[in-house]
Design a protein around this ligand. Structure first.
Ligand SMILES: C[S@@+](CC[C@H](N)C(=O)[O-])C[C@H]1O[C@@H](n2cnc3c(N)ncnc32)[C@H](O)[C@@H]1O
Length: 217
């Protein structure tokens, strides 16, 4: 499901060719690619949930060239933008985008088994129940040894730990009381309950976290 969000939640400028450019995606691409180089399986099938503009999937496919990448999103404008990036990049390991609602129960039955699932900056924009569905579906879609990378802003042990995070969380909650930052420990519990093991918890720039999980063999 697509929700009403404050303007600051998903900023992207439209270019003359229709592609979208998000400053946040430009800023966090390099650190996320570094995490991927360290934790991603060397071969196999990778799915990106909530891909956004398409900036990330091109960088991810370049960073992990032996994985075949499928970008996805719920929003038609985003899918169109991703398609432009994908077509221009002409990478053999990056497919055209697929529409996928990450909060829809059952999507894991449609993807086939995946070796890597990446989700950047979605959990704070959806409800807790929706976030739990995302996590359960991602865990179900992974093949043995598959990796789930969750990146974004989180509460830390129930606390908002910077003024920017407090402002952003408040803007989310005042627009839609069901959304807002999720707690890092809660999210880890949900993923572990869904059957994955915690592999790494990494501090990232701008007070974000990368939570990396692995499915056992
Ligand atoms: C803040 S943007 C992040 C985009 C990208 N991951 C990034 O970090 O640049 C949130 C994205 O989530 C997508 N989205 C929102 N709800 C979704 C859902 N239920 N399933 C899949 N994508 C969703 C939006 O269309 C948007 O592209």
């Amino acid at each position: 499901m697509s929700r009403q969000l404050p303007k600051t939640a998903s900023i992207a400028e439209v270019q003359s060719d229709g592609r979208l450019v998000a400053p946040s995606a430009a800023n966090n691409t390099r650190p996320i690619c570094q995490v991927l180089r360290d934790v991603a399986p060397k071969f196999g099938r990778a799915l990106e949930l909530a891909s956004g503009t398409g900036q990330h999937c091109v960088a991810f496919a370049n960073a992990c060239p032996n994985l075949t990448w499928v970008p996805t999103d719920i929003d038609e404008d985003r899918i169109a933008s991703i398609g432009i990036y994908v077509s221009e990049a002409q990478l053999p390991n990056l497919t055209l985008p697929v529409r996928l609602d990450a909060t829809q129960k059952g999507w894991s039955n449609t993807t086939g088994k995946l070796d890597l699932i990446v989700l950047v900056n979605l959990l704070h924009l959806i409800s807790e129940a929706e976030a739990q569905t995302v996590v359960r579906e991602a865990a179900a879609a992974l093949a043995p040894n598959g990796v789930f990378l969750l990146y974004g802003p989180f509460m830390r042990g129930g606390e908002l730990t910077s003024e920017g995070d407090m402002r952003f969380h408040e803007s989310l909650v005042s627009t839609d009381s069901e959304i807002g930052y999720k707690d890092d420990f809660d999210v880890i519990d949900w993923v572990v309950d869904a059957g994955l093991d915690v592999a790494h918890v990494l501090e990232m720039p701008a007070n974000n976290l990368s939570l990396v999980f692995r499915k056992s063999e």
